[in-house]
Design a protein around this ligand. Structure first.
Ligand SMILES: C[S@@+](CC[C@H](N)C(=O)[O-])C[C@H]1O[C@@H](n2cnc3c(N)ncnc32)[C@H](O)[C@@H]1O
Length: 258
């Protein structure tokens, strides 16, 4: 699909049936689940961009009820099916991050694995932060996990490789029968990172999964959050509470409170 036809549900709807295959080895970190569970207490926790449940399902397995919000109907249906199959307290809701609401205040709203940047419009990012501020109860926390933009490399996550200033293609997976390529275009002036995951398998049609991120530096996220009435409580370089080093961190975990 051409990038100009890209909308909120494009990424999720296209990749839903293949997401677990492409990211299946990228399992949620137990330390991450413990951090989220501690912040959520009795819950419920609200995950924005819950996808197929890579994080929502393990969080529910440790006893935290989760409401998974996703703009993609395909992702929402998959999460619902998986939760029902395991009898987990996960409510999958198809909704846009910019407009999600909750019936009662919640202790935790989170968006991990660069999902905040996948809200690929500055207005959607701002409106999501405002909705999160409204959803949080007293003492509640908003947790964001995103890469730290750095020239010379790809965003952190399961895409190791070099990321030149403009465009690149890296081999993400390779076996005898199948190659997965990651083709990305970075436009620093617009702060957009457009990419396709391209699956080439012997004898099968080529599959293309487009994504678009609108990235920000951590301090810029803080300013957007402040405009929504959220202040930075603390920032880590990783889920194990590694100190955040602004000069070297590949990603950040930031916790905001009202
Ligand atoms: C990179 S996936 C992350 C899925 C899951 N959180 C994980 O860590 O594996 C991002 C998810 O965000 C969803 N998404 C993108 N834009 C959205 C929006 N505006 N509102 C809600 N969900 C959105 C996509 O459909 C996709 O399921």
């Amino acid at each position: 699909m051409p990038a100009d036809h890209y909308q909120e549900s494009t990424y999720g709807d296209a990749i839903a049936d293949t997401y677990d295959d492409l990211y299946g080895t990228f399992l949620a970190d137990p330390v991450q689940i413990k951090v989220l569970a501690d912040l959520a207490g009795d819950g419920p926790a609200v995950e924005i961009g819950s996808g197929t449940g890579r994080v929502a399902l393990p969080l529910a397995r440790v006893g935290v009820p989760v409401v998974g919000i996703d703009a993609s109907g395909e992702m929402t249906r998959q999460l619902h099916r998986s939760a029902v199959a395991e009898g987990l307290a996960v409510t999958a809701v198809e909704a846009d991050a910019a407009a999600f609401t909750v019936a009662d205040p919640v202790p935790l709203v989170y968006a991990v694995f660069n999902t905040f940047f996948l809200l690929a419009d500055r207005d959607v990012q701002a409106r999501f932060l405002a909705q999160a501020a409204k959803a949080l109860g007293d003492g509640g926390a908003l947790v964001l996990e995103t890469f730290v933009p750095r020239p010379g490399r790809l965003p952190d996550g399961p895409h190791p490789g070099v990321f030149p200033a403009d465009s690149t293609v890296v081999v993400k997976q390779r076996s005898t029968e199948r190659v997965v390529l990651f083709a990305a275009t970075n436009t620093p002036t617009a702060r957009t990172f457009d990419y396709h995951e391209i699956v080439l398998a012997d004898g099968a049609p080529v599959r293309m999964y487009p994504g678009r991120m609108l990235y920000l530096w951590p301090e810029e996220i803080d300013a957007l959050a402040a405009a929504a009435g959220l202040r930075l409580a603390y920032r880590w370089g990783d889920w194990d509470a590694t100190a955040y080093d602004p000069n070297a961190a590949r990603k950040h975990i930031s916790v905001y409170r009202r």
